[in-house]
Design a protein around this ligand. Structure first.
Ligand code: AMP
Ligand code: ZN
Length: 113
């Protein structure tokens, strides 16, 4: 199976990895949309959030905990940041391995567009 984010998690493709544990990897987005734009992914391949199973519930909570830690480490937690997970083409999902976008370091607008 060809999956870019599986390859990044397996270190078969390069990325600027800033965090890793048994379950998750976080790396800098190659095309940042904000001063902070980090992607948090599970090591397990899951194509979209529609493919989540009940046994993945703890894993998804863990992704949020990792995003929170990175926001705190980067000093943007108190100012605010945005977590986004796109699902399927109309949302803008282009990589079909779930990932939390952690965006911050500037004022975010709403609606997101
Ligand atoms: P999405 O559009 O929600 O699927 O998000 C995919 C994200 O992955 C985009 O923000 C891309 O800029 C980012 N991306 C694609 N390829 C890479 C890569 N090789 N390393 C880091 N980020 C990437
Ligand atoms: Zn994958």
């Amino acid at each position: 199976m060809e999956c870019l984010f599986c390859k990044i998690a397996e270190k078969k493709r390069s990325a600027k990895i800033i965090y890793e544990d048994d379950l998750a990897v976080a790396f800098e987005d190659i095309n940042p949309q904000a001063p902070v734009h980090t992607l948090v992914i599970p090591k397990k391949h899951i194509s979209t959030n529609l493919d989540l199973r009940h046994e993945d519930n703890d894993l998804i909570g863990h992704l949020f905990q990792v995003a929170n830690k990175i926001a705190k480490d980067k000093g943007i937690a108190d100012r605010g940041f945005r977590l986004v997970m796109n699902c399927n083409p109309e949302s803008g999902q282009t990589v079909f391995h779930i990932h939390l976008h952690m965006l911050g370091g500037r004022i975010m607008h709403w609606p997101p567009g």
